[in-house]
Structures are given as C-alpha cells and as structure tokens.
Design a protein around this ligand. Sequence first.
Ligand code: ADQ
Length: 408
Amino acid sequence: MAKAPKILGIVLAGGEGKRLMPLTADRAKPAVPFGGSYRLIDFVLSNLVNAGIRSLCVLTQYKSHSLDRHVTITWRMSTFLGNYVTCVPAQQRLGPQWYQGSADAIYQSMNLINDAKPDIIVVFGADHVYRMDASQMVQAHIERGNGVTVAGIRVPRAEASEFGVIKTADDGHAIAEFLEKPADPPGLPDSPDETFASMGNYVFSADVLVEALRKDAANPASRHDMGGDIVPMLVAEGKAGVYDFKDNDVPGALDRDRSYWRDVGSLDSYHEAHMDLVSIQPVFNLYNSDWPIFTSHPQLPGAKFTDNATVGESIVCAGSIISGATVDHSVIGANVIVLAGAKIERAVIMDNCKIGANVVLKNVILDKNIEIPDGIEIGVDPDLDRERGFTVSKGGVTVLGKGQVVKP
Ligand code: ADQ
C-alpha cells in the first residue's frame, strides 16, 4: 500500500476585510463573529480538522490579536500524532517588510514548510461560510496529478467580478485560463448568467508551490498574490486543474445545504448569510453533527425568555435574557439583554449588547458592547441613521461598530 502523503494546511488569515467596516475596525476579517457563537475562521478550521488535516498554520498580519486569542483558546489540539493549529504572525524573516500579498505571506513563512516537509500543501482562505471535506479535494488532486488544484463553484455572473474566474479545458478538469477579478466575467457555455469562480482554496504539490513562490518572489512586477499571480503562473505552465465543489460530499449534508458557500465579504452578504441560518429549514444547517463546526463557548447559563417574550426563527446564545420583547429572524449573541416592548427584526446582535425598552431594530448589525437607550429606532430611516453616524450598507442594512455610543 502506498504511504499516505504528509499534508500541511496553511490558512490565509491576514486579510483586512475593508468592505466589512466597521466590523473589521478592530479585528481581522477571519475573527469577525458569525452566527452568534462562531468566528469566521471556525468554518475553514472545522473543514480541515474534520477532514483529518491537523497540522495547521494560520498566517495572520492585520489586527490579529482577537484572532490569535480565539484560535489559541478554541483550537488547542493534542500535539500527539503531530496535531497542531498554530497562529503565525508576520515576522519579517526576510527583511523589514510586512506581507506584500497572500503569496508573500507563504513565501515569508517558508520555514514552516521546511520544518514540516509535507508532500501536499493545502492553502485555504479564512473568510467563508461553508462545509467542505478537504480530503476529497486532496484525493482528486493526487489522482489527477495536478501541480495545483483550485476549488471552483458556479456563482451568478453579476457577482463574479469579486472572484477569480476559471475557464476549464475541454476535459472539464484542466484550467485553460484564470482571470483574477475580471471587470466583465465571462458566462458559462451552458449557463450564460453564471461563472465558474475560484473559492480561494488550493491544494498544491509541495515542490510545485515552493518553486512557484521562489519565481514569484524574484519577479518585481508581481503583486505576490495567490489568485493574482501564483495560480495564473501555474495555469500558464499547464500544471493547474479545477475541483468542482459540487462533487464534494460532506457527511450529513442536506440537499439544500450540500453546495452552500458564502463569501461574507460585504455587510449585505454578511447579513444575508445570517438570515440563511434562522429559517425553519435553514439553507445552511448548523446542526449537522456528522460534520460539526467547532467553536468555544463562554461559561454562561442558558438563554432565558421572560414576561411573554415572543421569539421566532432566531438563534439566541447563552447568557442572554429576552424580556417582554418580540424577536423575529434574528441572531443574538451571548450576554445580550433585551427589555420589554422592544421589536427586533432581521437583526444580528453580537455579545454584551443591551437593548432598552420599546427599541425598534430592523435590518441591523450591532457589533459587541452596544447599549441602545429606551425608545430608539434604528434601521427604520436610513437618512437619520447616517446622520447619527451609523453605517448604512448598499442593501440598506444599518451597522453599528463595537461599543458605538447611541445617544438617548
Ligand atoms: P480575495 O478574497 O479578494 O480573493 P485576498 O484578499 O487575498 O483575496 O484574501 C484571500 C485570503 O487570504 C483571505 O482569507 C485573507 O484573509 C487572506 N489574506 C489576504 N492578504 C493576506 C496577507 N497579506 N497575509 C495573509 N493572509 C492574507 C481570493 C482569490 C480569488 C477568489 C476569492 C474567493 O484571490 O481568486 O475567487 O478569494 O473568495
């Protein structure tokens, strides 16, 4: 029997997430809370750990403190059998510059590859909500003999200019062309309104990645980006293939969430992805115990509902108390207090917020530690929300940053 390949996982977690401001004012995008009790990075780490890939380095750079703290507390693993999840901050090992791009982040961390001596390097982004068995992608990579395998998914053409776009060769597996974030993404022959997009998840044969990174580092014209430079280089060399996400079969997946993948890169997509969690038959099912999404929970009592509170289609986390209020289609984090007469609809409320009596919140995102005084309405009049210094997204979601003060 052939020896099992040695796999090193690298999670790119240095992204700034500018389009998620103000949620990323104080933290890296992968550390942004999601779904009440998770951080975005929990999804990729769960996907890798559940797939048996347990030698994992998380490359961080931008405002990494809460990310580092979360990974350290949540993802401590037994080091027996080589299991580890370790955060690696930018260290200026090669000179006085920070990471110039995602490829440079790996190039500057070459010592991790030299130490682990892997056969295969799995490089995944940290910004998405999905379930994926990464071992099935590794298997396809080995069977097809690719240098790099890029995970691909069909997305609406209108959204594809945010993504790397893949054109496959006639065999459907080799990548003939890769366009990073094209202004006018091409449609698919069988579906003109859809495009085949890169999910930002790659499996590399280790020697191919190391050689590509060295060549890229020596190219002064490169932006040192995985999607912008490394993948196109390997496509030009004929070494790149695609892995269609629809072929991924995660244990316990339901028909409706089998191919669920959301890039929660904007405030609107972040809000919509929360709404995907709360319906009676959610399009993304957090309750699949065959492929758990792991996180760490604070030590708190269960959520409490008093004084005829009405709560429907919502997630309410531990330590929260909803008293005489109405909550609908919302995700409420830990230690949140909601007082009588408040009406909350399509809201994402993070930990330690206090919502006063008779407050109205509609289509809002409240980051942690916000106190809303009695009787205030937010999300009802966008112009008033802007005047009060709140962010209003393109889609009309009002967003308050961590600890933002709301005047009575
Ligand atoms: P983007 O997400 O726009 O596109 P990028 O900003 O490089 O690309 O982020 C990719 C991942 O790398 C994220 O997890 C981010 O946190 C991380 N990252 C970014 N800069 C980093 C740095 N300097 N150091 C460490 N980590 C860093 C990418 C691909 C597209 C693909 C989309 C899918 O380039 O081809 O379609 O992901 O969302």
